[in-house]
Design a protein around this ligand. Structure first.
Ligand code: VGL
Ligand code: ZN
Length: 240
């Protein structure tokens, strides 16, 4: 009798395993979206100080519509926001004699010197996509001493709350797009991949500072196992 009950228990567990296979196509998948740095200073539309080519109003409208579509598809929305103090290390104006886009070696890191941009509390630091549907807008680059292209951590290794918020919400795949493909989109996508998320980058919703670095960024992301899609396609995102 005991043996029979034990056998029945084993069979019950077996049936459960058949009904709910894990690690298969039926495993729970929860998808997040990270809209990277779609802020006035990075756009031509708002005559930004660091306007990236191809960022007219039509581009921002396209990002807005795609983001709305992903929201309707049930994906959880997040954004990043470059948010620098006025005395930030990445601003060429804080290094006498230096010009914009010059490289400066700082404590062994190569820092590109940018025009002042996304200064905390300024109009052009605002995220241009409707803020309301975002579960969180993660600020980055607030430490005067470190730049932070990635939405996950700065160049000093200080983590943002991004990974914690994604984990708290059981997200295991992220869709990443925005500005700039060759800097913050790339760094955010690669850090997401390294943190164990499945990652899909939408090329058509991203714009780069320069063509050569943008192509290199796309190649590097693909080589690391990140899926790059031309445009938003909910079924393809789910299947990737
Ligand atoms: C970015 C340069 C400086 C970006 C941010 O959002 O890609 N690029 N700060
Ligand atoms: Zn910045």
């Amino acid at each position: 009798m005991k043996a029979l009950m034990a056998l029945m228990a084993v069979m019950a567990v077996g049936m459960y395993l058949v009904a709910f296979p894990t690690g298969s196509a039926f495993a729970e998948e929860k998808i997040g979206v990270i809209v990277v740095d779609v802020q006035g200073d990075f756009t031509q539309w708002k005559k930004g100080s660091l306007a990236v080519p191809g960022t007219d109003k039509a581009f921002v409208d396209k990002v807005q519509k795609a983001t709305d579509d992903l929201n309707k598809a049930g994906f959880v929305l997040f954004a990043t926001q470059d948010w620098h103090p006025g005395n930030h290390v990445s601003f060429f104006t804080n290094h006498p004699g230096k010009k914009p886009f010059e490289m400066l070696a700082i404590e062994g890191r190569n820092q590109i010197l940018w025009p002042p941009h996304c200064v905390q509390g300024t109009e052009n630091a605002k995220v241009l996509v409707d803020n309301n549907p975002f579960l969180a807008i993660v600020k980055k680059g607030q430490d005067t001493k470190y730049d932070s292209y990635s939405g996950f951590q700065d160049d000093g290794g200080q983590k943002t709350e991004m990974d914690k918020i994604l984990k708290r919400n059981k997200i295991n795949k992220v869709v990443v797009y925005g500005i700039a493909t060759d800097y913050c989109v790339k760094a955010t996508a690669i850090d997401a991949k390294n943190a164990g998320y499945n990652v899909v980058v939408i090329e058509g919703l991203s714009k780069g500072v320069a063509p050569d670095t943008t192509q290199k960024a796309l190649d590097e992301m693909k080589s690391k196992g990140i899926t790059v899609l031309e445009e938003v396609d909910v079924e393809k995102i789910k299947g990737s």
